[in-house]
Design a protein around this ligand. Structure first.
Ligand code: AMP
Length: 279
């Protein structure tokens, strides 16, 4: 596996790879969810590039940028094991230099739900992903359904800025009790971890009610009771898959989305209707 640490060497190495080439952007601390994205990428690509970069632009003041888990050595071993062709592990300075000031603003879709709680988050995500797409120039970029609003933001960015890449969405990988795999699960105490899977159960209950024809307000109210202490809701809703506006009932394509806090740790999860095929 080739490892590039600079923009120039990543671009050079990516250019030499066989096509079609798939790209999986990550923040590192790789887990089985990330590896599933790589596996899915392999299906219709002849080469695979993975980036691991904890992107400061997508963290707000007071968020977990400093304590976000980092494990470059472990990541490289996993990427070698997954037969990845190129790992791009840039430095913050290499990506943004000294006085960075150019941002991608995708508009209203970035200001609700995750964007309401984290006002500069999607601007940071869109900016780094557009930069990475320019550097790597893949044929397909592979994203996890786990970050539902992120998939909507990035699909809109790709469409509206005419980025010549296909966006593939891969279903969420879960623990046995339903908790979605996330690098942030490592922050949970035993008690919080035991309660955390109730977020998934609440999403399932909300989806089941919606499918029975119950309206969104009632379905939400019933499902919210399922969250176990010490979990506290940020939001639970059903939204249009494209624009992330709330729906009054389940009209596909849609996401049932939820976010809850367990102590200092925020977890997000969703169910997608119709459910995504593997990329
Ligand atoms: P992250 O490193 O958290 O920025 O995630 C990198 C990519 O992996 C994103 O496209 C995520 O949506 C995806 N991802 C994270 N967790 C999971 C999971 N449990 N299942 C599938 N994909 C995931």
């Amino acid at each position: 596996m080739n490892v590039a640490q600079t923009v120039v060497s990543a671009r050079e190495a990516a250019t030499a790879l066989p096509r079609p080439m798939a790209f999986v952007p990550t923040m590192g601390a790789l887990h089985a969810g990330h590896l599933r994205l790589i596996e899915a990428a392999r299906k219709d690509a002849r080469s695979i590039v993975v980036s691991a970069f904890v992107n400061p632009l997508q963290f707000g003041a007071g968020e977990d940028l400093e304590r976000y888990p980092r494990d470059v050595e472990g990541d490289l071993q996993k990427l070698i094991g997954a037969d990845v062709d190129l790992a791009f592990i840039p430095s913050t300075h290499g990506m943004y230099g000294a006085e960075y000031s150019t941002f991608v603003d995708v508009g209203a879709i970035a200001s609700t739900y995750e964007g309401a709680v984290r006002p500069t988050h999607f601007r940071g995500v869109a900016t780094v992903v557009l930069k990475l797409l320019h550097i790597i120039a893949p044929d397909v970029v592979v994203l996890g359904q786990k970050d539902a609003q992120q998939t909507a933001v990035l699909r809109k960015m790709v469409r509206e800025l005419d980025v010549p890449v296909r966006v593939a969405i891969v279903p969420t990988v879960r623990e046995d009790d339903g908790l979605a795999l996330s690098s942030r699960n490592a922050y949970l105490s035993r008690v919080q971890r035991a309660a955390a899977s109730s977020l998934y159960r609440a999403l399932c209950a909300m989806a089941a009610s919606l499918r029975e024809g119950v309206g969104a307000p009632q379905a939400r109210q019933d499902a919210m009771r399922i969250l176990q202490s010490p979990g506290e809701w940020d939001y639970l809703d059903v939204v249009d898959m494209e624009n992330f506006l709330p729906l009054q009932s389940l009209q596909e394509p849609a996401f049932v989305i939820g976010a809850a806090r367990f102590g200092d740790t925020r977890l997000i999860d969703n169910l997608m209707f119709p459910s995504p095929g593997v990329a």
